[in-house]
Design a protein around this ligand. Structure first.
Ligand code: SF4
Length: 716
């Protein structure tokens, strides 16, 4: 017998363990991964790799992965399954979808996705558009990205992308890149070395805040007041860019009048930041040129006042002259030459009548397709290739979808396809989400593991990890394109998002011209003149240089062609066209009598370096780093309550209680506790009632999603 020849290969991949998409180099020997490291040639992440990326082989070869399609045989949540073929799964799911569509209309079928970058949301959107349903939603939509994208589009036509490499002042507004975005953190440290200033706004003394030149310890949810306070200082002290304001904005005088309501002393009372610090930080931001305010999800999260806070942040960028300048915030549009995700979505295939049925759009008017179509029109008018993909701007209102499933109002929703999402962990108000899922006639989950959510499915279908899938990361705010090879073929019977939706779509009579992801990517890259194989193995990324001040030639992609400080779109929709502060819905000042009996303010959502939201809890290597859910409590508060570091404590709101382990930490304010999100325990029994410890430490069990307390424009 001849000696076996050992083969070794390096695959150039894009990590999709989080949305950073680091370029990595994976060595395979005899078909097995033997090493994984950062790729220094990645122009954006420059060799970075974190523990999640390092742990990817553990994810790939994990013994608990879903390996074959499963069909429920017992009651929902009983954990009784039978293995079936993909063909049977597709046939039966398609049959049920057709039946529901006939009986209730296509809008009765919804699709929920997570924030995982493994999955391409434009593919899901295409599937739903061709099905005729507007109801795509996610745990993230209205609390992560969508509201920023919508507000920035109506204010200056695109989403600003910070040119961090050339900036002199960085404002991290409620974000902690030292934990959530390490390549950006490295750029910040580099910028600081060259003398750039760092301002951090955060209730907690995070690792990022600890390095700040100024840390503003803000009272949670009062960000809009702070932004208006900054605007007050910048306008009254004439620190704004007068030429830009005169030539490229509308509504400045009205704003000037509005901000007189927010002198630093009053803002100090609201935010608990000393007035002098408000003045000092506003002056630094306005006079250190160029400056950026990084995007982070904190403002998207704050609920009732989210949209106005995001508006105020956008206006700050504009009036200080930081839009579209080197080292400022670039409105670059999509990559100008590759076929965009927007074009693949085929949004025009969804009829006007169906678009109007998008759940939540009647109440939260900025979620409408009508607005998206306007944004698209203005984007094209100023020469962008297309608008930001619809998946980033127009999604069903998540709390409204769950309520529609339960009540049948405004119309019935009977089926949900859930791709790479764990809404029992990641959507607020877990008890309500649980009730809704139990009501469904069809619930299909496509995921890597059996999760608490998958345990309630009728069909649990095995999904690939990012190592078993080719990737193309097409910047939405940035204009780059990055690609990564598939490392190995899908294991067992796992399938990509594309393969599952394409096959189901074809069964339902849809048109999918590309046989696989690689064919789709090849089609999209065609205008650049490369085959997929050549691009992914030899070229890998294309990052066109920024075009600064493109508005001087074409104007801004807004109705007036200028930055709309006074928003004509908001005015037409009946909303306040200027930013205005409102107290958070559940603060010590505004809370209901029921909530007021609780003595502490609860915040959540701070990122952990080793987990992407609810993922990774079954990876030993990551659990060793962070074994248990932690709640941060100030030492004096802990002492007053008789709590010691390491004690398990109950955290209670009007919705119930959960427990987490105490981390006594002087970095949180006295009356505030911060609890971690995304916690479940894959090592516990999966069947009801345990559902992998769903009810024990999951913060969303006690977080409200009442639409009456949401932001009135977008429903955050
Ligand atoms: S998980 Fe880590 S290595 Fe992977 S993309 Fe995110 S930051 Fe980069």
């Amino acid at each position: 017998m001849p000696n076996e020849i050992s083969t070794e290969q390096i695959k150039r991949v894009l990590c999709s363990g989080c949305t950073t998409h680091c370029g990595l180099l994976v060595k395979i020997k005899d078909g097995q991964i033997v090493s994984i490291k950062g790729d220094p040639s990645d122009p954006l992440t420059r060799g970075h790799i974190c523990e999640k990326g390092m742990a990817a082989p553990k994810l790939l070869y994990h013994r608990e992965r879903l390996k074959y399609p499963l069909k429920r045989t017992g009651e929902r949540g009983e954990g009784k399954w039978t293995r079936i073929s993909w063909k049977q799964a597709i046939d039966e799911i398609a049959k049920k979808i057709e039946e529901i569509k006939r009986k209730y209309g296509p809008e009765a079928i919804a699709l929920i996705h997570g924030s995982s970058p493994r999955y391409a949301e434009y593919i899901q959107r295409r599937f739903m558009n061709l099905l005729g349903s507007p109801n795509v939603f996610s745990s993230a939509s209205q609390v992560c990205w969508d509201n920023t994208a919508i507000i920035e589009c109506i204010t200056y036509g695109w989403m600003a992308y910070g040119d961090i490499e050339h900036t002199q002042c960085i404002v991290e507004w409620g974000s902690n890149p030292a934990c959530s975005h390490l390549p950006r953190w490295r750029s910040i440290l580099k910028a600081k070395k060259r003398g750039a200033k760092l301002i951090v706004i955060d209730p907690r003394l995070t690792k990022t805040a600890a390095k700040a030149d100024i840390w503003l310890q803000i009272r949670p949810g009062t960000d809009c007041a702070l932004a208006l306070g900054w605007l007050n200082v910048i306008i009254n002290e004439e620190l704004y860019d007068k030429d830009f304001v005169k030539n490229w904005t509308i509504g400045f005088e009205k704003l000037k009048e509005r901000v007189q309501e927010y002198p630093p002393e009053k803002v100090s009372e609201i935010t608990h930041i000393p007035a002098e610090k408000i003045r000092e930080s506003a002056r630094i931001y306005a006079t250190t040129k160029p400056a950026i305010i990084s995007w982070g999800v904190s403002l998207d999260h704050i609920g009732k006042n989210a949209s106005q806070a995001i508006r105020a942040r956008a206006i700050l960028r504009a009036i200080t002259g930081n839009l579209d300048v080197r080292g400022g915030e670039i409105l670059c549009g999509l990559h100008p030459r590759i076929i965009s995700e927007t074009e693949i979505e085929e949004n025009e295939k969804l009829s006007k009548e169906q678009k109007e049925k998008l759940l939540g759009t009647k109440r939260f008017k900025l979620l409408s397709w009508n607005l998206y179509d306007q944004i698209n029109k203005y984007a094209k008018k100023v020469g962008y290739r297309a608008a930001i993909p619809s998946y980033s701007l127009v999604n069903a209102h998540t709390p409204t979808v769950w309520r529609a499933i339960i009540t049948g109002e405004p119309y019935p929703v009977k089926a949900v396809i859930c791709q790479d999402s764990n809404p029992l962990l990641t959507c607020a108000n877990t008890k309500l989400v649980y009730r809704a899922i139990k009501e469904l006639e069809l619930f299909v989950v496509h995921d890597i593991f059996m999760t608490p959510t998958a345990m309630l499915a009728d069909y649990a279908l095995p999904a690939v990890t990012w190592l078993e899938r080719s990737h193309m990361d097409h910047g939405v705010a940035g204009n780059y394109v990055k690609t990564g090879e598939k490392v190995i073929e899908p294991m067992w019977e796992c399938r990509t998002d594309f393969d599952f939706l394409r096959e189901l779509g074809i069964k339902l009579g849809q048109e999918w011209p590309w046989k696989n992801l690689e064919e789709l990517y090849e089609y999209r890259l065609k205008p650049l003149g490369y085959s997929w194989k050549d691009f992914v193995t030899k070229i890998r990324w294309d990052v066109p240089p920024f075009e600064y001040k493109r508005y001087e030639k074409r104007g801004f992609a807004t109705p007036s062609g200028k930055v709309e400080i006074y928003s004509t779109i908001l005015e037409k929709l009946g909303y306040d066209p200027l930013p205005k502060y409102e107290e958070p819905a559940e603060s010590p000042i505004s809370a209901s009598e029921k909530s007021k009996k609780h003595s502490l303010v609860l915040i959540t959502g701070g990122r952990l370096k080793c987990f992407h939201h609810s993922e990774g809890r079954q990876i030993d290597m990551l659990r060793k780093i962070h074994p248990e859910p932690l709640v941060q409590i100030h030492p004096k508060t802990a002492e007053k309550l008789g709590i010691k570091d390491g004690d398990w404590v109950w955290i209670e709101t009007h919705l119930g209680k959960i427990k987490q382990k105490t981390k006594v930490d002087p970095g949180v304010p006295l009356n505030i506790v911060h609890a971690e999100h995304g916690w479940w325990f894959p090592e516990k029994p999966g069947e009801e009632p345990t559902l992998y410890g769903l009810w024990e430490s999951n913060i969303n069990v006690i977080i409200d999603d009442n639409p009456d307390k949401c932001d009135p424009m977008i429903g955050s």
